[in-house]
Design a protein around this ligand. Structure first.
Ligand SMILES: Cc1cc2nc3c(=O)[nH]c(=O)nc-3n(C[C@H](O)[C@H](O)[C@H](O)COP(=O)(O)O)c2cc1C
Length: 200
């Protein structure tokens, strides 16, 4: 299924076609070369001071199912119901400190989000689908995968080839079928001062 963004003006095709679907093809693995391409896209994200505060852990169900299951076990049940078919799971983490001076980095999470969105767009451009999730137990991931206190677990991301919607059931199916919505431009974007909507 495709759910392209209905945009007010034409935008970049990959941005318009990326979406967070829940139907994954369990029979179609993602190759190591594809995984590296996804990570390369993340690596080239911009960051404050060029500090690259993101760290990702990748689990591939087809090469190490045990590790993938340990990551899967950290997801909220509502996410597990549909992530089950996604061959790749990732956890994104953000550094709380700047690499160059050890001071608090208040842009670490911001930059990690940028790197993750790069990865999601790269996935879409390769015919894959990526879906970010905040619904996971961060403490459980910290313990299970020895994540240092300096880093904050931010989001789990699953990646795989999209599949027929018939693989999704229950609440996940309802969400899968729901219309994609966004606030109007003027509610989010201002001109001159806070609250003065940009004219569209
Ligand atoms: C940080 C973050 C956390 C999210 N957490 C979840 C989640 O736990 N479960 C889920 O199904 N979707 C999750 N999503 C996906 C959002 O629901 C989705 O991006 C949003 O509804 C917009 O839809 P779109 O990505 O298809 O444009 C998350 C997205 C982000 C960026």
């Amino acid at each position: 299924m495709q759910k392209p963004a209905i945009t007010q003006v034409p935008i970049n095709e990959t941005i318009a076609s990326r979406w967070s679907g829940r139907a994954y093809d369990a029979a179609k693995p993602v190759t190591q070369a594809q995984i590296i391409a996804l990570l390369e896209a993340a690596r080239w994200a911009p960051s404050c001071y060029g500090d690259q505060p993101w760290r990702f852990i990748v689990w591939d169900k087809n090469t190490d199912e045990y590790a993938w299951l340990r990551a899967f076990d950290c997801l909220a049940p509502g996410n597990q119901s549909w992530v089950k078919d996604a061959p790749i799971l990732m956890l994104t983490c953000a550094d709380t400190l700047f690499n160059h001076n050890g001071q608090p980095n208040r842009w670490g999470q911001y930059d990690t989000g940028a790197a993750t969105e790069n990865l999601c767009l790269q996935a879409c451009s390769m015919g894959l689908m990526a879906h970010q999730m905040g619904g996971f137990d961060a403490n459980k991931t910290r313990e299970a995968f020895a994540i240092p206190a300096q880093f904050t677990p931010m989001a789990m991301v699953c990646v795989g080839y999209p599949a027929d919607i018939a693989t999704v059931t229950g609440e996940a199916l309802t969400r899968e079928m729901a219309e994609r919505k966004r606030k109007v431009l003027g509610e989010l974007f201002f001109t001159e001062t806070w609250g003065k909507s940009i004219q569209t």
